[in-house]
Design a protein around this ligand. Structure first.
Ligand code: NAD
Ligand code: MG
Length: 412
């Protein structure tokens, strides 16, 4: 967290005052997106003044040391640790600071309900669903980095959103790019939205080498520095599949208007093609602080600490079709996108379990797709629609149990 620019003039700061005064809650502040969000805020405070983006709450699941360090430096009103066993450490670490403290899953949801202007949803996995819905239900501006919650519960998410006056701003780089290119209200004139995929670390590997890939190789992403789960999803291309489902829900686009192209340089994040033959693309250096900054300041723009684009240094932008044989997870997600109902809920839950098993050395890399496929075949409810969040969580749990058994069968 460092200042990269000299403080700005008074006139600019005055003009941006309503944006800079927005209070922010970060759910998942110790993860990759959480840390980048704090970096953007620290930069804004250095450039525009120390009052920029006052923090309402920070939450983390288990990295209590990092949460303590963040809270000491960034001074939120509240710090929450998800794992209740770690509460005594949080209490010791922040004693005398005057920062309110809480612990447990309910406290994370309550943090989302506190009256901040913006809630950054940077929790990993479907665990973000209830806190995200709590923020939507109270009509906050929700900067949505987490994709699993909308994949798992797109219909329910929309229902809660329609009953509120919340604004959802996509932070996932491709969706943030699409959001910047076109207004979802105009989606009738869209011919196609194309998301780019880097292709991940195994883009050029043969199938036998991919089969033997280790967790360390899978998380070593060539362009992006991210949490372990999304890094594995990028290596299997499941990430792009989840993102197609995310785009379907965020922009109300049918599956046939959504596509993927592999673009190894990760400079173009998405393209929108219109009926008249025009295609607009969004370009930036691969740095999540750019879409995070966009979401915090929207509809204005503010200075960001992110890497700036230097096309001459990049040299070439190349594009290729995804290979479904070496990366079967993408096809599984495409099938769920077409099938709809609760199949994306099952896909997501099974994938979370399988990725965790892979990261813990319990199954091989290519087993991830097999576990997801088996779970989709065996889990009941794929063709039903959940009316409530409880209904989603029930199928999510069922799918996790089946996926666990499938992982066990692969190792037994
Ligand atoms: P990460 O693993 O680095 O961090 C996850 C954060 O969530 C941590 O702060 C952790 O404490 C918290 N958390 C984990 N489990 C939790 C639980 N059960 N309850 C409450 N909090 C919990 O993950 P990340 O890479 O920052 O990704 C976060 C989300 O953003 C994911 O949904 C990911 O798909 C999405 N995303 C990430 C990137 C990226 O560049 N990292 C890009 C686009 C989208
Ligand atoms: Mg993305």
């Amino acid at each position: 967290m460092r200042a990269l620019a000299a403080p700005r003039g008074n006139a600019e700061i005055l003009e941006l005052a309503p944006v800079l005064a927005r209070s922010v809650t970060i759910l998942g502040s110790t993860g990759s997106i959480g840390v980048s969000t704090l970096d953007v805020i620290a930069h804004a405070r250095a450039v525009y003044g120390p009052e920029a983006f006052p923090l309402e709450a920070l939450t983390a699941q288990s990295n209590v040391e990092k949460l303590i360090a963040q809270a000491k430096m960034m001074r939120p009103k509240l710090a929450v640790i998800g794992d209740e066993k770690l509460y005594p450490l949080l209490k010791d670490g922040l004693a005398g600071t005057g920062i309110e403290l809480a612990a447990g899953r309910k406290a994370v949801i309550e943090a989302a309900m506190r009256p901040s202007d913006t809630v950054m949803v940077a929790i990993m996995g479907a665990a973000a669903l209830e806190p995200a819905l709590a923020a939507v239900a109270r009509s906050a501006t929700v900067a949505l980095a987490n994709k699993e919650c909308i994949v798992a519960a797109g219909t329910v998410f929309h229902r809660v959103l329609s009953a509120s006056s919340a604004t959802v701003l996509p932070v996932d780089s491709e969706h943030n790019a699409v959001f910047q290119i076109f207004d979802a209200a105009d989606n009738a004139v869209i011919e196609k939205v194309t998301l780019t995929a880097s292709g991940g670390p195994f883009r050029t590997w043969g199938i036998e080498r991919i089969r033997a890939a280790t967790p360390a190789q899978a998380v070593a992403h060539p362009n992006w520095s991210m949490g372990a789960k999304i890094s594995v999803d990028s290596a299997t291309l499941m990430n792009k599949g989840l993102e197609l489902i995310e785009a379907h829900f965020l922009f109300a686009l049918p599956p046939e208007k959504l596509g993927v192209v592999v673009h190894p340089q990760s400079i173009v994040h998405a393209m929108v093609s219109f009926e008249d033959g025009t295609t607009l693309a969004h370009l930036s250096a691969p740095d999540m602080r750019t879409p995070i900054c966009h979401a915090l300041a929207w509809p204005r723009r503010i200075s960001s600490p992110s890497k700036k684009l230097d096309l001459a240094a990049v040299g070439q932008l190349t594009f290729e079709a995804p290979d479904h044989t070496r990366f079967p997870c993408l096809q599984l997600a495409l099938d769920c996108l077409s099938r709809g109902c609760m199949s994306p809920t099952i896909l997501n839950a099974a994938n979370e379990v399988a990725v965790d098993a892979f990261l813990n050395g319990r199954i091989g890399f290519m087993d991830i797709a097999r576990v997801v496929e088996t779970t989709l075949d065996e889990c009941p409810g794929a063709n039903t629609e959940a009316e409530t969040v409880e209904g989603v969580l029930y199928i999510d749990l069922r799918a996790r149990e089946i996926a666990e058994t499938a992982c066990h069968r692969r190792t037994a």
